[in-house]
Design a protein around this ligand. Structure first.
Ligand code: SF4
Length: 58
């Protein structure tokens, strides 16, 4: 499993970092994936809740 954030879509709301702080980190107004293996029980929720549709899980 690989988690990605499309930085061109991300609006920096911080929701993903709130839900999964061990996977996402907000930097300079964008979410950055700090753990692409994505160990977080809220990961799918974060993807589905992202207002920009910027998170993908492959
Ligand atoms: S939830 Fe989506 S828009 Fe908000 S910071 Fe995360 S990736 Fe960006």
């Amino acid at each position: 499993m690989v988690v990605r954030v499309d930085e061109n879509k991300c609006i920096g709301c911080g929701l993903c970092a709130s839900l999964c702080p061990n996977v996402f980190k907000l930097e300079k107004g964008k979410s950055r994936v700090i753990n692409p293996e994505g160990e977080c029980e809220n990961l799918e929720n974060a993807r589905d809740s992202c207002p920009a549709g910027a998170i993908s899980i492959d």
